[in-house]
Design a protein around this ligand. Structure first.
Ligand code: S3P
Length: 427
């Protein structure tokens, strides 16, 4: 349980922990590559530590201290059959990408996770992986954990994913790297492309084109030696939103990944009227990085839907907070994927913000927020979902009185030190 007091303003010059999606991939690809890789800026949050723990059980030597990691890659077929169950905790990215990798390995593995993972749909990956030839068993015919995989020889496929999901795209492409022939994944809207970018930095030929991505089987990964992980825009979003909604605020978040497939929050902030600038734009290991500066400004409600949704899917809980402080109505649509995240985020964010006096309604594929509404402190619950806990905390900073966040521990999944950062910027 953690208590948040409403504050006068947010000020500061900060960094946020490393990007979660990039940290997972850095460990996975380094383990599968020939040679040793050092990773800096790694996110030492619970999810990425689950990825490290799985690869250790698969026989890979990994040293980790804070945000520094050293992985001794043994090549694609250097993994060994695990004698223990692979427990991926709360991490959807770990289990779905691991399913792709383990489908290519000539041994048997079993994956489990926590109660939230046990409710999340896995057929979106087990379906195409079975089509490629993987032998997968799981509860409800491969929809839910526990899942077991007996990997082996796969054949490349053309896969048209019904959902825009980087986890699905990545699982199929990773399996495709060790499959016979070519593997192509098409998705309705482009999802985050960290897998494609990082595979290229490991010397893999990846063809991205309008609507899809293709790889040739039989390619090996060569360690680039060193990977620098940028700050996570999904974590930066929380202090940025706090600054935009609390009068008098001014904040700089340095060294943030601004990959266009992730930066929908920047577009939304600007369209709503935020005073936001990107400075020091550069490229680090094939990923665009910048410092983001924002100042308080009056906001207006907007409509958010279509191709932008995968570019900001993880930021919707905090965008809902933002919308409570914008003049007029904000409509979020085409975001039914929110229902299958760590919690049903349509229900959980509507429930928590309603307790604080927000006028917010759930819809089938998103929500409608009526602004501008003063928020008041309340007893909120993360529901075990890190981003719901952090969104409620940001609402608490902008609210009058005191807000209690129950089950705040879940925030360690993606943003260890979150409350320290909030204290640092609160005035
Ligand atoms: C992620 C992809 C997204 C995102 C998740 C991380 C990734 O999930 O919500 O936090 O690292 O590939 P989906 O692939 O289910 O959209």
């Amino acid at each position: 349980m953690t208590t948040i007091q409403g504050i006068k303003q947010v000020r500061g010059d900060i960094t946020v922990p490393g990007d979660k999606s990039i940290s997972h991939r850095a460990v996975m690809f380094s383990a599968l590559a020939e040679g040793t890789t050092t990773i800096e800026g790694f996110l030492p949050g619970a999810d990425c530590l689950s990825t490290i723990s799985c690869f250790r059980k698969l026989g890979i030597t990994i040293e980790q201290e804070g945000d520094r990691v050293r992985v001794e890659g043994k090549g694609w077929y250097g993994l060994t059959e695990p004698s223990e169950i692979l427990d991926i905790g709360n991490s959807g990215t770990t289990i779905r990408l691991m399913m792709g990798i383990l489908s290519t390995q000539p041994f048997h593995s079993v994956l489990i996770g926590d109660e939230s993972i046990a409710r999340r749909p896995m057929k979106r990956v087990t379906g195409p992986l079975r089509r490629m030839g993987a032998d997968i068993a799981g509860r409800n015919n491969g929809e839910y954990t526990p899942l077991s995989v007996r990997g082996g020889k796969l054949t490349g496929i053309e896969y048209r994913s019904p959902v825009s999901s980087a986890q699905v795209k990545s699982a199929v492409l990773l399996a495709g790297l060790a499959a016979e022939g070519e593997t192509t994944v098409y998705e309705p809207e482009v999802s985050r492309d960290h897998t494609e970018r990082m595979l290229r930095s490991f010397g893999v030929d990846v063809e991205s084109f309008n609507g899809g991505v293709r790889v040739r089987g039989g390619q090996s990964l060569q360690s680039p030696g060193h990977i620098q992980v940028p700050g996570d825009i999904s974590s930066a979003a929380f202090p940025l939103v706090a600054a935009v909604i609390i009068p008098g605020s001014h904040i700089v978040v340095r060294n943030v990944g601004v990959n266009p497939t992730r930066s929908g929050i920047i577009d939304v902030l600007r369209e709503m009227g935020a005073d936001l600038t990107l400075d020091n734009e550069r490229e680090v290991n094939g990923e665009p990085v910048a410092d983001i500066e924002v100042k308080y400004a009056p906001l207006k409600g907007i409509e958010i839907g279509g191709a932008i949704i995968p570019r900001l899917i993880d930021e919707i809980p905090v965008i809902a907070v933002l919308a409570t402080q914008a003049e007029g109505t904000t409509v979020i649509k085409d975001a039914a994927e929110l229902k299958v995240k760590e919690t049903n985020r349509i229900d959980t964010i509507v429930a928590e913000l309603s307790k604080m006096g927000a006028r917010i309604e759930p819809t089938e594929d998103g929500m409608i927020v009526y602004g501008r509404t003063p928020l008041r402190g309340a007893v909120c619950d993360s529901h075990g979902d890190h981003r719901i806990g952090m969104a409620a905390a940001i609402a608490g900073l902008a609210a009058s009185g005191e807000t209690i966040i129950q089950n705040a521990d879940s925030i360690n999944v993606s943003f260890p030190g979150f409350f320290t950062t909030l204290r640092q910027i609160s005035e």
